[in-house]
Structures are given as C-alpha cells and as structure tokens.
Design a protein around this ligand. Sequence first.
Ligand code: GLA
Length: 382
Amino acid sequence: MSVVTDAVEAYRKQFGSEPQGLWAAPGRVNLIGEHTDYNDGFVLPFALPQHTVAAVSPAPAGEWTVCSTFTDEAVSFGLTRPGEVTGWAAYVAGVVWALAEDGHEVPGARIALASEVPLGSGLSSSAALESAVLTALIDLGRLDVPLERRPSIAQRAENVYVGAPTGIMDQSASIRCQEGKALFLDCRSFEVDQIPFDLAAEGLAILVINSNAPHQHVDGEYGARRKSCEEAAAILGVPALRDISVADLDTALSRLDDEVMRRRVRHIVTEDQRVLDTVALLREGRVREIGPVLTAGHASMRDDFEITVAQVDVAVEAAIAAGALGARMTGGGFGGCVLALIEAGRADVTTGAVEAAYAERGFQAPTCWTVTAGPGATAITA
Ligand code: GLA
C-alpha cells in the first residue's frame, strides 16, 4: 500500500526517526440508509478498501504533534478545548480531547498522516482520519475502550470539537466494519449485525462513481435537514422519526401542516424500511433483488429529502440505462459519490456510459472504480 509508505516517509521527514507503529482506518460507502442515523434509525455501510494511515510514536505526556501529506505545516498542541485547534488538525486535537473527556489518560504522540480516501467526496475521509488516530492512541496508551464505545468518542470529536452536526454512521463504519460484510447498525442501541456481503460470489460488483461535483452549502443544508427531522419528531410526539413505521406513515403525515416537512419525514420513514428490506434480502441470498431498493432510495433522496445534485442524478440514470441493477447516491449529499450494483465485468461499460452522459452535459468527468467490503480500523505492519 503506497499510502503506508507515504505515512512513514512523512513521519521520517518531520521527526527524523522511524515510527513505532502504524494504524489504518477506512473510508466507507453506505449501501442504504441515508440521514437515518441522526433519526435513531438504521444504516448499512461497508468499509472501503481505501484507508487513512497514521504513523505514530509516543511523545512526552500532554504533547501532541501531527503532520500530514496534505499540507506542509506540522501542528503541535497540548490538551485543548474545542475550537482551539482549527483546520485539518482539529480532527486530531478533537480525538485527543474527546478521549480525555471520556476519562482516559491520553498518551502524548507524534503522528504523521497519509490518506487514499478522496477528500470531500462523501466517503468519510474525516471519519477515517479520526478512527485511525483514535485507534492508535487507544493501542499506544493501552486504554480500555470497548470497540462499541469508540465511534461515539470519534463522533464527539467531530460534533463538539470540529462543530459538524453529523450522526454516528461514518465513525461506526470506519471502526466496526469487517471484511466481506456490510454493517447493519441500529443507531439507537448501537447494536450491530455483520451481514455477509460477498458480491463476487454472486457475479456482481459495486461501482463507485465520484461525481466530482463541487460540494456546495453542505454544512448548512445538512443542519437544516436534521433540524426539520427533529422538529417533525417533536410535533409527532416521538423521541425520533425512527419511531414512526411505514404502517403509521399516512397518519403521521396527516398531522404535519408543512409540505416540505412531510416530504422529509417520508424519506426517513421509508428509508429505514429500505434498510430493513435490504438486510432481509441479503440474509436470504437474494442479492440481485436489492437493486430496485437502492434505486428507490435514490428517488427518495432526490424528490423527498432533496439532497442530490444534477451530477449524481445523471450518474444514477446513466448507470441504470447501461444495465446496472440499481444505483443511488451514497453519503450526506449535495455532490459526492454514487454507487451502482452491476454485473461483474460491466464496470468499463458502465463507466463509459456515465462518462458519456457527463460529457454531453458539460460536467467535469467522473472518477469510477469498483470496491469490495474491507476491514475496519486496525494496527498494521508496513
Ligand atoms: C454524513 C454524516 C453521517 C450521515 C450521512 C447521511 O456522512 O456524517 O452521519 O448522516 O451523512 O446518511
């Protein structure tokens, strides 16, 4: 893995010695279950084969220095309060802060980071960074932090320290995913079920299509969606939209005056059901049948939750027209990536079809590659 070499080189260049250990954490693709996490609902992500790698050695207590291949500048800090460290290093300072807040004696460390998770593409590059650093610090300090507790710590770094109001999915995926499995996560209880997800055995593949669309208004729109869901839950008198079932949906919608809010609720309630349906199909080995469920999820994000942009809609349409069994945007929205469920061997044809559709509309070219479900965050050797 060249990203490993990159992290080691960055470490040597900054600190003039060899790192004591290496940790890797993946980005993720979400198969289905979008914006359901902060509604206490269900998600089904799997880990990407792309990682962020941290090359790390111990440092004196209370001292952290972090450098990366993304910038020339190294950042040093002690124990800080949220907001004191800004920019990319805030994700690292945030993890240190959140671990300390959780009652742990966080070991001082020198950290060099490199990543092959595309930044800002909705593939959770920030969660991969947080999870690599968190796992490294836990191992280095021999801290007693059970696996199921770790995503909440990384999420607090992002919510409170960095200030992004995201849910629990991305950090859970980066930390708890297993190779060859999709992670069925209940975002209320944090219970997981590892669902076998071996597409090659079925003659299928997942193609990731990075729309390369510029992300716009992401933070504001994400926060607005979250607020709308929370307001709807309050009006409906439930702790979260997870508590509305598809059978209750019409009654719930009839109690909401606002048309936009009704659509937001319809997306969340039907999306939770799509996760359950997808899990049921995968468990029964009816993998091909998840295609239409994925595509229905896209329509719901486009029409009801209104988080797609032209580039992702065109990618979905072009992939399906080229024979994909299903396709949908993955991640928070407003740009980012599409995943398409395709017959193995159809990656080039599908990629060509999406490229042609983009060229016709004058969009910047997409980037496409096939992925399999990889392992979660772990110590590695060079
Ligand atoms: C982003 C957030 C997640 C989740 C997704 C949408 O990736 O970080 O918590 O809400 O958007 O499903």
